[in-house]
Every structure is written in C-alpha cells, then in structure tokens.
Ligand binder design. Structure first.
Ligand code: F0G
Length: 451
C-alpha cells in the first residue's frame, strides 16, 4: 500500500498505524474504537502531497469528458482526495457515483423552502449509495490479495459487495438477518453469486458473528467499520459541492442506520474545507426511524457521549439497526456542523416516501426519513425559507416494492400508527384497480381518480 500517502488514525485514542497493520475487524488494539483514513501530507501547507484547489476543480471537470473508465466513476474522478491504492490499475469500478441532484419543486412549495434538492444515491449501479464505498474498499481488498470478502447487511451493502466482488473475481460471504431484508436486495446478492447466509439474528447480531469469523479466516471485512468504505462514501460531498459551484448548501439531511454514511459525508465536507476547496461545511442532520433511534436517544440522554443499544423495529428495514458501529463519528459530524438528530414515525416515513414518489423520485423507505425529518424541522420553525437544503436519498424504490404496494393497498400501517393522519394517507394512496376491458370502464377509472 501507498502508506506514505495515507495512514489510519484511531478515532478513540488517536493511535496511528499503517493501512496494512489494521486488524481484521478494523478495531484499534489499544482502545477498541474505529479508524479513519488520514493523509498526513495534506496538513503541511505547500507540502508536496497537498492538493491544489484550483487545479483540482479544473481537473475533475475535465475528467467528465474523458473516455477512461476511472474518470467515468464519480468516486475515482476525485481520486486525488482518496489516494488509498498503490496503483489505480487495481480499481474495481461499475461507474458508480455521478448521481443526479434533483430539485424538489412540490415539496419545496409545500414547506416554504426556496431551494430544496434530493441527491439520489439510489441511482448507482446496484441501486444504493453503498456502491461508492464498495468500489473503494473492494479495490483495497483486491490490491491486498484477499480471495474472500464479507459483510453483515440489512441488504444494500450485501448487494453492492456481491456485485463488486464478482467484478473483481473475488468470492463473497453475506450474513443477513433472516426474514428481515427486502427481497429485491436478497435477489441481488444471489444473482451476483454471493454465499448468502440467512442468520437467526438481527443486523447487530450478524455483524458480531462476522467479526468473530474474520478473526479466524483470511476474509476482508467490508462493513462500514472498514475505513476505506468511508473514503468512497465521502465523494458525494464532492459532487454536491461541485454542483453548487463550490458553495456548499446550508443543510444536508441524511438517514441514520449504522451511521457510516453521515460520518463519511461529514468527512468529505471537512476535507474540502481543510484543503481550501470550500469555505464552510453545511449543517449535517441525521434522521432515524423512531423504532431504531439509538443515536437520538444518545443525544437526549447524554449529549452524544454514550450510546445504549436498542432492540430495533422499523419497516424501513435498511436502517433497522440498534447498535450503530460508527456512532461516535456521526456524533462528531452533527456537533461540528451544528446539525440535528431526530426521529420520525412509521407513518411519517410512509407519507414522505409517497410524496417523493409523487414527484417522480421513488426511493426506499429508509431514504424517505430525510423528507419526513425535514417536515418535522420545518414544523418546529428550525429551517429558514432562504436555506438551501439537500436530502440524501440512499436507495432505489425498486429495492423494496413490497413496502410500496402494501402502502397503496392500505396494508402497511396499523390503525394505531395512523391516528390523525388517516385523511392524508387516504389522499396519497393509489391502489391498482380491477377494471373491465372496455374504454368506458377505463375512462371511468380515470375520472374517479384524485388529481
Ligand atoms: N439508507 C439505506 C437505503 C441503507 O441501506 C442504509 C444502510 C442506510 C440508509 C443507513 O446508512 O448505515 O451508513 O447509516 N444499510 C446498511 C446495509 C446497514 O447493510 O445495507 P448508514
């Protein structure tokens, strides 16, 4: 590895090691905390390794016109800010990243916010934001000569890992909580050839089990405890800053599960600021499902100094996580940027998801927590109408079609979950109807539909 360009720094005790010294579970041997990738050369003004902001902005824009596979990737287009490989020839890419930033016209009108956008990370090769992290960590695994990679997952990480492993010619092992992940995601892991084990445990139990396994066999762990995953997942911050011509939005809202993504995006914006590419960081807020809200509780109970694991329950299965690994990193991001940490109910998630769908931007339930959270913040008067807000949509709507169909059929939510919201939900439901095969019947169906 190119250790002179990057090293790993323990988030807890600050110990520094080279990349190749990391333990299989990516935990610090001294204090048990997680590592972050750091680039010592960047700290020295004028140091040889310190990137030049103006030159980089020009180079990254030029690469959009290049025909090189590496330049087509929205991760590796920014490779100067993730020098984690000896050779970029080892990169495993599916042309991830470069995802669209859509303006949300209806929601911005309804909420009275002038500038509201969705960064749709579901528009990645395997349909979720995990691809940006996977290209980075899989490339490291391949370069270091691993034959096997593995992850515990609520579905999206396993889909991404299986695809990138297949591209790299590596074998992959997936541990998923039995009966608790969406079929679309499970089908992807099968299609891409992973050894898929459905475990009688929740996500947190699967990750614990895998942590034991990687200590016994030469397997590269690809959960977001792997710091190289976060190097890829920080790049949407670069795309967002670039899209706003290097003036960052005021506020970024991210779903929170295992809390790798919020940590990575925070790192991305922090590095841009440290390198002089942007003048400030956006406020970064994290939204959890109310039934899987250990970080929200941590802020309420101890200002983010301790985290009590919870037994997680939510139909947004992607974020059904009670003991998030990267919680300390996420706390730092929220505190450094003056962000909020809040939770939303099952009904609020379902409504927000349907509203995004009605703008032509389908997404996973876990992604819709961002709009549900923003609505809550607006209701509290916490958002000024002049603010530019970006919601990070993390997964594609087809990942969990069952959820969507159940909502529109009126079979998703229980009565006690919808109290006070019945009319709103009824106005959003668009169930498929059985209609006679005659023009009159079809025209009548059109007439009878709400506008
Ligand atoms: N949204 C989606 C669609 C996800 O799949 C996940 C996490 C998150 C949000 C939360 O991101 O964990 O970085 O805070 N899914 C993981 C998985 C846990 O296994 O696919 P996070």
């Amino acid at each position: 590895m190119n250790d002179n360009l990057h090293q790993l720094r323990c988030f807890g005790c600050g110990a520094r090691i080279s990349g190749t010294e990391a333990q299989p579970d990516f935990r610090c041997v001294l204090c048990g905390d997680l590592f972050e990738v750091e680039y010592p050369g960047w700290g020295q003004r004028g140091g040889n390794d310190r990137p030049n902001p103006g030159a980089l902005k020009w180079l990254w824009r030029e690469r959009r016109c290049s025909s090189e596979a590496l330049d087509h990737s929205g991760v590796w287009r920014f490779r100067e800010l993730l020098p984690i490989l000896d050779s970029f020839g080892d990169v495993v890419t599916l042309r991830e990243g470069n995802t669209p930033l859509y303006q949300l016209t209806r929601a911005s009108k309804a909420l009275g916010i002038d500038q509201l956008y969705a960064k749709h990370q579901g528009m990645n090769p395997t349909g979720s934001f995990k691809d940006t992290g996977m290209t980075a960590a899989m490339s490291v695994a391949k370069e270091r000569g691993f034959k096997w990679v593995a992850c515990a997952s609520t579905g999206n990480t396993s889909a991404a890992m299986a695809a990138y492993a297949a591209r790299a010619g590596l074998r992959s092992l997936v541990l998923i909580p039995e009966g608790k992940i969406a079929w679309g995601k499970l089908s992807q892991a099968m299609d891409y050839g992973a050894v898929t084990c459905q475990i009688k445990a929740d996500f947190d139990g699967c990750l614990r089990l895998l942590t034991q396994i990687v200590k016994e066999a030469p397997i590269h762990l690809l959960n977001s405890v792997n710091p190289y995953r976060l190097e890829g997942q920080k790049t949407p911050a670069f795309e967002i800053a670039e899209a706003f011509d290097w003036n960052v939005p005021d506020h970024l809202i991210v779903p929170g599960g295992n809390l790798g993504n919020s940590s990575a995006l925070g790192k991305g914006f922090r590095e841009l600021r440290e390198l002089g590419l942007v003048a400030r960081m956006p406020r970064i807020s994290v939204v959890q499902a109310a039934g899987a809200n250990p970080l929200v509780r941590s802020f309420e109970e101890s200002h983010g100094t301790a985290l009590e694991p919870v037994e997680a329950h939510t139909r947004a299965t992607a974020i059904r996580i009670g003991n998030p690994a990267s919680w300390r990193k996420a706390v730092r991001v929220i505190q450094d940027t003056d962000g909020w940490c809040l939770d939303v109910s099952e009904a609020e998630i379902a409504i927000a998801k349907t509203e995004l769908g009605a703008e032509g931007l389908g997404c996973e339930p876990a992604s819709a927590v961002t709009l549900a959270g923003l609505k809550k913040l607006c209701a509290r008067g916490a958002i000024a109408s002049s603010e530019t807000v970006v919601l990070v949509l993390t997964g594609h709507t087809l990942k969990d079609a069952d959820y969507t169909i159940d909502f529109h059929r009126g079979e998703l939510l229980k009565e006690n979950e919808t109290v006070g919201l019945e009319a709103e939900i009824a106005s959003l439901r668009r169930n498929a109807q059985a209609v006679e095969a005659t023009p009159a019947a079809v025209l009548a169906a059109m007439k009878g539909s709400a506008g």
